[in-house]
Ligand binder design. Sequence first.
Ligand SMILES: CC(C)(COP(=O)(O)OP(=O)(O)OC[C@H]1O[C@@H](n2cnc3c(N)ncnc32)[C@H](O)[C@@H]1OP(=O)(O)O)[C@@H](O)C(=O)NCCC(=O)NCCS
Length: 179
Amino acid sequence: MQKEKFGLKTLNIKRMTFEDLEDVYNIEKLSNPTPWSKTSFSDCLKGFYQNLIVTLDSETVAFCIMTINFTESHLLNISVHPDHRHKGIGEILLETSEKKSINKGVSDIFLEVRESNKNAISFYKKNGYKYVGIRKNYYKNISGREDGLIFTKHLKISKLNSLYNQMTYMITSLLKIRN
Ligand SMILES: CC(C)(COP(=O)(O)OP(=O)(O)OC[C@H]1O[C@@H](n2cnc3c(N)ncnc32)[C@H](O)[C@@H]1OP(=O)(O)O)[C@@H](O)C(=O)NCCC(=O)NCCS
């Protein structure tokens, strides 16, 4: 899907499949204090989600899950294996996910992040995301619950991509009415 040289290795960004579930789940367990279940990942694969993984040669090192709706994308999860952080992989994956939204005419991405997750907050800020609000007690943690901070980024989309988005929306709506 997207291949580039990454040091001596080849970095590949591709669609997640059921065969990747075990690797993705392992990264999740190492990355999230309250990890998603394997079933949650499996449900994302069955639904209309954008599920991407990054491989370095044959090793799966990161994943990203996003929903893309009419004008908005929601970044649900992005994680890089701890052995491969601070190498720019998260940024490459985030950029690819944003480009996919842009191609579909989506103008805004939003996400929630734990208030305590300072690394991820720096990561999002570095990549142009702006804090817009708070969801009280949104996340579970070991001592109870913590707030989720909402960040958004406005994407620049071309007239052509915007037109594509409107056409897709109209066709989907018509199909829904017919069914
Ligand atoms: C957040 C995460 C995805 C970042 O991935 P990454 O590949 O390590 O990030 P990158 O190397 O692409 O970093 C890009 C920039 O983000 C910022 N950043 C990333 N990690 C950071 C950290 N630990 N501390 C401070 N800034 C950080 C830096 O500005 C960095 O740029 P720099 O290297 O020029 O300083 C990764 O740390 C991760 O998987 N964390 C655990 C899961 C998680 O918290 N996901 C987000 C849930 S909302």
